[in-house]
Design a protein. Structure first.
Lengths: 547, 256
């Protein structure tokens, strides 16, 4: 069915189908490095969980469609939300797939043209994003049928698919433009900062739409006047198009929005396909070669920060080894950074946007004043930043070099808990500590020093929560499992953790109303943390995951 | 005390029996050449001996210790260099060895001193603080060899240890093996390169389809078979003698 479209693009369809089929097959067979025998697990539980979560979120959100008076406003918001969710998954979970250089050895010596290979990669990702998009779109469609009829719902589906194509190829254009203007060598270094910039752009766009479409517009149907820059924000085209389709109103602006909605997705496909595809494989191939040539800047200091810190923060020899090991690999493994930094940026930028755009009017000064009055916001910021810990924890067991984990089986390790504990300590010192210090400064500036005890309490709580979960559940040793490429892995865990941290944050908020309570509980938390660390060190092989 | 004692060892993956009734005894200070065709059960035997696969039937002892009952003690006494092994190559050799040493709970100073010396002997001294991402296969193999013996093990399991090494390193490793034997260490050497096995081994053990089909010195094997090289003996015992015909067919199919 899709064949003519692909042929139209100048793609060798048979090759493309073969590549995508094999890739999907491999995704389903991601074997975990495991303790005793090498069996395969064929299920992708987390992926379906993510879909379920998306479905629930969209269901909750779809109520707006029913009650909103402004069609333009509500659909702009819906499309903005869907595109934002997909873009974030694309950046945090699929960057590694787009920039994968692993199959070079297999595919590049074969007679496959650049275009086919690039489109094959994108199609592979589209397969996953399509199912996510549907999970999001179905609840909206149901409500659209109820409110505006079947025709509107079908239009909604079509525009959703167009927005999916737009966002995927747009993200690709960002990457490809970057590749165009950087050397292979530099590309590897700037890619992380670039992802952070992208996160900023998408999040900024999303917040902008959310701000435009304020509650007033949603409820009373007062639409903001069309500004020139509305033409730069795709969800607004789409929201206007939905309005046009449902209300049958036509004028030149409306027509332009509809025109953009219908043609831009194909424009970006055309751009990617005809202009950028040539450069892509060449650069990807280059990334691999450059990897072998970097010789000089390769020296590592013989004794560094890691050794000094490990002697301060760890007890046993195994713990110390694991501390240094995790510390070093997290700063060097490019793939790890590729996976972790976008989500770190996402978590750190999110509070800033939330605080910064919570009130839409007033000068910066007034906003700060406003914030000062609500200490609750400070608590929210603390707990949001604390979730950084979980993001890293969920990634730390994964590595491209997961096969090197055979050494854990070989060495006489009586309590793997020592390695886990060393690894956690490294993460705490390397990531959570700097964030806490940064927050110290930010919180002192906005709310003064009286929130600092709350900050400490919050970070301790999050650490303890993590320890409790780790002791209670199964664990994986650092860098011992294959990288999960099917997406969803990091995103859903973040969501679940945000939920838990949210509940604790609310309890915290009520506790801080009573003087001295936080101080007392902080001592309890501290004692608990020491106790839990001791317990964590004792974790034995039976608590390690082996399938 | 035997260095290795395997009696009635059986191992099944699902319904397929990979090892059927393996019996083998190895004395301390022996170099055993462990050979067999692909999929014969060589790696499985080694993995059981070093405690990586604990669910098997039969009894396996290393240095008088039952592997199933005392896995940690056994692991402390053995060294293992797997075939084509991965290592965390964003680390430098020193860092990798330091991490490994900490897993064996060795003293940091001692690990560093030993690792530095061993790297020097393998001509990797100048690269000791370089990340291994840039290393060739042979350089990584040298690091793996060091990682297998860093903790001064009594029994050393080597799986294709010479792969990727240049001729100079090969000569050096062979000499090291000979000297390790003089020091009383037991070496369990698994390889497909028959002339190396023929030269270095005190005893050759041939496994095929999960059972040991030959066990003796090279001279003993030769006298039973009247053929010249270990390669020919291997082919006689495990293969069919149709390789000329198979090669012809291969070419025919390719030309189709």
């Amino acid at each position: 069915m899709l064949r003519p479209i692909f042929l139209r693009l100048g793609v060798n369809f048979e090759q493309l189908a073969a590549i995508v089929e094999v890739k999907l097959k491999m995704d389903n067979r991601r074997a975990r490095f495991n303790q005793w025998n090498k069996k395969q697990s064929e299920s992708n539980g987390t992926f379906f969980l993510t879909l379920g979560l998306y479905f629930l979120m969209a269901s909750a959100f779809s109520v707006f469609i029913y009650f909103s008076a402004s069609i333009t406003a509500v659909y702009s918001l819906v499309f903005a939300m869907m595109m934002f969710m997909l873009a974030m998954t694309l950046i945090t979970d699929f960057s590694a797939v787009i920039l994968d250089s692993n199959d070079n050895a297999v595919l590049l010596p074969r007679p496959i043209d650049d275009r086919t290979l690039l489109i094959a990669r994108i199609t592979h990702i589209l397969m996953y994003l399509l199912s996510m998009m549907l999970a999001l779109a179905i609840p909206f469609m149901v409500v659209t049928i109820l409110k505006h009829g079947v025709l509107a719902a079908i239009s909604f589906l079509i525009i959703s698919l167009l927005s999916l194509i737009l966002i995927v190829f747009l993200t690709n254009i960002f990457y490809l433009v970057l590749m165009q203007f950087t050397s292979e060598e530099r590309l590897r270094n700037v890619i992380n900062s670039f992802q952070i910039v992208l996160t900023f752009i998408f999040m900024g766009g999303y917040r902008l739409v959310a701000r435009l479409v304020n509650i007033e517009a949603l409820m009373n149907g007062v639409d903001t006047k069309v500004q020139w820059w509305h033409f730069l924000i795709p969800p607004i085209w789409m929201g206007n198009s939905m309005n046009t389709i449902i209300k049958h109103e036509f004028d030149s602006t409306k027509f332009l929005f509809l025109f953009l909605t219908l043609t831009m997705p194909f424009m970006v496909v055309f751009l990617v396909n005809n202009i950028f595809s040539g450069v892509f494989n060449q650069k990807i191939a280059g990334m691999d070669i450059a990897k072998r040539q970097e010789k000089t800047p390769n020296k590592v200091a013989e004794k560094g920060l890691a050794e000094t810190l490990s002697s301060i923060f760890t007890g046993t020899s195994m713990e110390r080894g694991a501390f240094e090991f995790v510390w070093k690999i997290t700063s060097r493994d490019r793939k790890f950074k590729l996976r972790i930094y976008p989500s770190l940026a996402y978590l750190l930028i999110y509070p800033i946007f939330m605080v910064g755009t919570g009130r839409s009017e007033g000068s910066f000064q007034q906003q700060i004043e406003h914030l000062r009055e609500s200490t609750g916001m400070g608590i929210v910021v603390i707990y949001l930043c604390g979730t950084v810990l979980l993001t890293i924890r969920s990634q730390i067991s994964q590595s491209e070099d997961f096969k090197a984990a055979w050494l854990y089986e070989l060495a006489p390790i009586s309590k793997p808990g020592e390695i886990l504990s060393g690894s956690l300590r490294a993460i705490l010192v390397k990531f959570l500590l700097p964030i806490t210090i940064l927050l110290c400064i930010v919180l002192s500036i906005i709310w003064g020093v009286n929130l600092l005890d709350d900050l400490l309490f919050g970070m301790l709580t999050i650490t303890n929560l993590d320890l409790l979960l780790s002791i209670g559940m199964s664990n994986e040793l650092p860098f011992s499992t294959e990288i999960k490429k099917n997406g969803g892995g990091s995103f859903i865990r973040n969501m679940a953790y945000v939920f838990l941290a949210g509940i604790i944050g609310i309890i915290h908020y009520f506790m801080m109303q009573v003087p001295y309570v936080i101080g007392v509980f902080m001592l309890i938390q501290l004692a608990l943390a020491l106790f839990l660390f001791k317990k964590y060190r004792e974790v034995g092989w039976e608590k390690m995951r082996m399938e | 005390m035997k260095a290795i004692k395997i009696s009635n060892l059986q191992k099944a993956y699902g319904s397929s029996l990979v090892l059927k009734d393996v019996n083998l005894e190895v004395d301390s200070g022996e170099i055993i050449g462990y050979i067999g065709p692909n999929g014969a059960g060589k790696s499985t035997t080694i993995k059981i001996l070093i405690g990586m696969i604990p669910d098997y039937a039969g009894s396996v002892e290393v240095m008088g210790l039952d592997v199933k009952a005392n896995p940690l003690e056994v692991k402390r006494l053995i060294g293992y260099v797997p075939e084509n092994a991965s290592l965390y190559d964003t680390l430098s050799p020193m860092e990798y060895l330091r991490f490994l040493g900490s897993l064996y709970e060795l003293e940091t100073d001692q690990i560093e001193e030993k690792a530095t010396e061993l790297l020097r002997l393998f001509a990797l001294y100048d690269q000791r603080d370089d990340r291994m991402t840039t290393f060739s296969k042979g350089m990584k193999q040298k690091v793996l060899l060091i990682s297998g013996i860093l903790h001064n093990p009594e029994v050393i399991f080597l799986d294709e240890p010479l792969s990727g090494l240049d001729a100079n390193a090969v000569i050096l490793v062979k000499e090291i093996l000979a000297q390790l034997k003089h020091a009383g260490k037991t070496i369990f050497y698994s390889s497909h390169i028959m002339d190396v096995v023929e030269k270095i081994s005190d005893r050759i053990v041939l496994i095929n389809k999960g059972t040991i089909i030959a066990n003796g010195t090279f001279e003993e094997l030769k006298s039973q078979r009247e053929t010249g090289s270990l390669e020919q003996i291997f082919n006689q015992l495990t293969g069919n003698n149709q390789h000329v015909q198979l090669a012809e067919e291969f070419i025919q199919v390719m030309n189709r």
